[in-house]
Design a protein around this ligand. Structure first.
Ligand code: UT7
Length: 325
């Protein structure tokens, strides 16, 4: 049995942070941010909103689009690097917010590749016959873990959530395959030193701002381009699909320069690439489902299209998935 994506939904918080907002208190400029990243604005969650709130809203929309009803969901997987708290998991909290009692739920930590990892887990469960309708959520509130005084990271990240329901294929639409990779040896290129068991939140840790994400962007950039291209080609070769057959590339939205270099390496024109980084910045595990949700809403992705998802992120992790929509 093959699996398919039966419905997609997304939710972004209302508050918009423009590049001018960062200009107002940091040594940065709209010009630098636009040219180096492609980002013009991003969203910020309200103080009363948590990751599970964003995730539950996206999930409701995905369930509605899938037409399976809440009762049809039999597993919840939430990909996030910013859960409400270490436990209970964001997936359990989303389940509670959706009123899903007794439905198994767990979080998955694979950085910005989390949604692709989540779809891979979901499709494997569906293909095995173990679960029928798996809700995969990617939800993040990154504005709470980036240092508002670090111009090299705070301008990049935004908040949001996206979700999909993975179900048995009806024969037309199907998940054709995926490839996942990780290399923890590169962990310190993008990491959050404190807030886990490694470091207690002492005054010294807070003073050194180790409770905020640290990133070596330049090094990451090169690995991201190389590995996203490699994993895409690896997957297409394995499935015997030519690059030119791909109708839509839906990449993780980290930097417009990463996306356009990747498209060039894959020989795909930008007209076949879904890009919304200008509006939302990098929303980590939420970026692919938000981009997918928007492209579907705009009627760009149509049934029968070949859609290639590819992501890269903290871990380091990277992966790709090919879907016949
Ligand atoms: O989600 C997956 C993980 N994340 C990524 O994949 C991110 C990958 N990396 C990137 O997107 C890019 O490396 C960045 C956007 C983070 C940085 O762009 P860059 O072209 O690699 O710049 P850089 O780090 O080499 O910095 C160039 C200069 C530096 O100044 P000096 O040392 O040349 O004087 C930075 O201090 O730009 C400076 N800079 C800024 N200037 C104005 C860094 N951030 C800013 C800023 N505004 N916001």
């Amino acid at each position: 049995m093959k699996a398919c994506i039966r419905g997609v939904g997304y939710y972004v918080p209302e508050e918009v942070l423009t590049n001018q907002y960062f200009e107002s208190y940091l040594d940065t400029s709209d010009e630098w941010i636009t040219q180096r990243t492609g980002i013009k604005e991003r969203r910020r969650a309200s103080s009363w909103e948590n990751t599970s709130d964003l995730g539950a809203k996206a999930a409701e929309r995905a369930i509605k689009a899938a037409g399976v009803g809440r009762d049809g969901i039999d597993l919840i997987v939430c990909a996030t690097a910013t859960p409400d708290m270490p436990f209970p998991s964001a997936a359990c909290l989303i389940g509670a917010k959706l009123g899903l009692k007794g439905v198994p739920a767990f979080d998955l930590a694979a950085g910005c590749t989390g949604f692709v990892y989540g779809l891979a887990v979901a499709s494997s469960f569906v293909e095995s016959g173990r679960f029928r309708n798996v809700l995969v959520v990617g939800s993040e509130i990154l504005t709470r873990i980036v240092d508002p005084m670090d111009r090299s990271t705070c301008v990049l990240f935004g908040d949001g959530a996206g979700a999909a329901v993975v179900s048995p294929s009806n024969g037309a639409s199907e998940i054709l395959g995926f490839k996942l990779h990780a290399d923890g040896g590169y962990g310190e290129l993008l990491y959050l030193p404190a807030r886990g068991t490694a470091l207690e939140l002492t005054e010294e840790v807070l003073e050194k701002r180790l409770h905020y994400a640290k990133m070596r962007g330049n090094e990451l950039f090169k690995i991201a381009v190389r590995e996203m291209a490699n994993v895409s080609i690896e997957l297409l070769d394995e499935l015997g699909v030519g690059k030119e057959e791909v109708d839509w590339l839906v990449p993780h939205q980290a930097n417009i320069r990463i996306i356009s270099t990747l498209a060039k390496r894959l020989g795909l024109p930008m007209a076949k690439v879904v890009v919304n980084i200008q509006k939302y910045g990098n929303t980590s595990a939420a970026s692919i489902p938000i981009a997918l949700g928007e492209a579907l809403e705009q009627g760009r992705i149509k049934s029968g299209d070949l859609v290639l998802l590819v992501a890269f992120g903290a871990g380091l992790t990277w992966g790709a998935m090919l879907i016949r929509w």
